[in-house]
Design a binder for this molecule. Structure first.
Ligand code: PMP
Length: 446
């Protein structure tokens, strides 16, 4: 039964039992309406409350400033790989179009540019196209499989020539992920004031689920676009926090966009949460029209990934799975209740404690276990290691022994093999202790 198992799956991942018990009731009869939560309209008063509660819980947990909007979307983390490109490129293009329009209007009036007013639009598009071809750059820090996938999606959408892989951790580490090269070695696109074109965005994955690599803290050398300076040419900082969402304190203001699929720390698969700076949404920001994007050869994103549309409709542009939002809301409300005024710092302490227990046991037996990533970038969430140098039979035995004790979901990602203990919020300290004990017992018996 459920209470005999400690589940370390990487996502979908364990959910708090009290939330699931409450969900069982809500599925049948939500708030005594005689209708289940999956059956109520996404436009009902109850659904609106579910949304408002989930937003409020997240706002409290992460101290999300009111200059940010919280959106719920579908399409998973993968959907946001594309959405990031569509939305931020569109903003970049419209900013440049307006600048070109302004410059050329003046130049035509002053006679510095040949032609008449009727030529203005064509001239603007011509200049814009040249800028897109030459100056549109998206910086990606590739530190693991997920940021790599995101960078590949960007290249698929806008062309590889526009994607600058500023960090290629695999190339720096003998063909395997497991390090984050020092910031001094990153080749970010130079800013305008440094004589470069400046990059539209800097993208990174805060925690690499497959490779067990986590940024220890926000990179110190990157300066993002300042919220209160619309003319700032600094890049927009985007972070994928799918697998370490709400597990530590985050200075939201440093980011333009934070996103994460729900199915690890927050809820069940089905929704993606996006925290986006309001100045990147209308009325402050303007998006390029489909006609302009078409004219300059850039892709037009699906409307369901259009953050402006989703924000304007309070995440209800189309049918949102309210049950999924409810689960996420319950999980977050549970954390607020558990940690009180400590809020996310309470969870951060426990996550650290559990990770230390597990890494501590692994480090004690270097002849048996090898932690895959470098010590400086070990993930608190996904603990990736090999047993006996990755001997397939021995790893199988290790997993079988764990299963016998009710320690499940420990198999590594199919692309890299090995063992991965995912230490998400719903994994208890007791579960981490039990795993640590098993690690010791296994090592001592061999
Ligand atoms: N980013 C990270 C860090 C992930 O771990 C995952 C999924 N494991 C994704 C993105 C992709 O998410 P999805 O499967 O929801 O598209």
């Amino acid at each position: 039964s459920r209470d005999q198992i400690h589940y370390f799956g990487a996502g979908p991942a364990p959910l708090p039992t009290p939330v699931l018990e409450k969900a069982a009731g809500a599925l049948l009869n939500y708030q005594d309406t005689g209708i289940g939560i999956c059956e109520i309209s996404h436009r009902s008063a109850q659904a609106n409350q579910v949304l408002a509660d989930a937003k409020s819980a997240l706002t409290q947990l992460l101290d999300v400033p009111d200059t940010y909007d919280i959106l719920f979307l579908q399409g998973g983390g993968t959907g946001e790989f594309s959405a990031v490109v569509y939305n931020l490129v569109s903003i970049w293009v419209e900013k440049r179009r307006r600048r070109a329009l302004e410059d050329l209007t003046i130049a035509l009036a002053d006679g510095k540019e040949p032609g008449s007013k009727e030529d203005l639009n064509a001239k603007v598009l011509q200049r814009l196209k040249a800028e897109v071809d030459k100056e549109l750059k998206l910086d990606y820090l590739v530190t693991g499989s997920w940021s790599q996938k995101a960078s590949q999606e960007a290249a698929r959408l806008v062309g590889a020539d526009k994607v600058n892989v500023a960090v290629d951790a695999k190339a720096r580490n003998g063909g395997k992920f497991g390090i984050i090269p020092p910031e001094s070695e990153w080749s970010l696109t130079p800013r305008k004031r440094e004589g470069g074109p400046g990059s539209a965005l800097i993208y990174f994955c805060d925690n690499e689920t497959v490779d067990g690599v986590e940024f220890p803290s926000f990179p110190t050398s990157i300066t993002g676009h300042a919220e209160d300076d619309v003319d700032d040419d600094a890049p927009l900082i985007v972070a994928d926090m799918s697998s370490n969402f709400i597990s530590r304190k985050v200075d939201v203001k440093k980011y333009a966009v934070i996103f994460g699929g729900a199915q690890k720390n927050v809820g069940n698969a089905g929704i993606t949460i996006v925290i986006v700076r309001k100045s990147l949404l209308p009325p402050t920001a303007a998006l390029a029209s489909p006609e302009v994007l078409r004219a300059v050869g850039l892709p037009i994103g699906p409307i369901v990934f259009d953050w402006a549309t989703i924000a304007k409709n309070d995440s209800l542009y189309n049918t949102l799975p309210i049950f999924d939002v409810w689960i996420a809301g319950q999980v977050m409300a549970g954390l607020l209740e558990k940690f009180g005024s400590k809020k996310i710092q309470g969870q951060e302490e426990i996550s650290r404690q559990k990770a230390n227990l597990i890494y501590g046991a692994l480090d004690k037996y270097p002849n048996v276990y090898h932690v895959v990533p470098d010590e400086s970038v070990r993930s608190r969430m996904n603990i990736c290691f090999r047993v006996h140098g990755g001997d397939a039979d021995k790893e199988k035995q290790f997993l079988a022994g764990a299963e016998k004790l009710g320690l499940s979901g420990l198999k590594g990602h199919r692309s890299v093999g090995g063992i991965r203990a995912s230490n998400y919020n719903a994994v208890s300290v007791e579960g981490a202790k039990k795993l640590a004990t098993y690690l010791e017992e296994y090592a001592n018996n061999k």
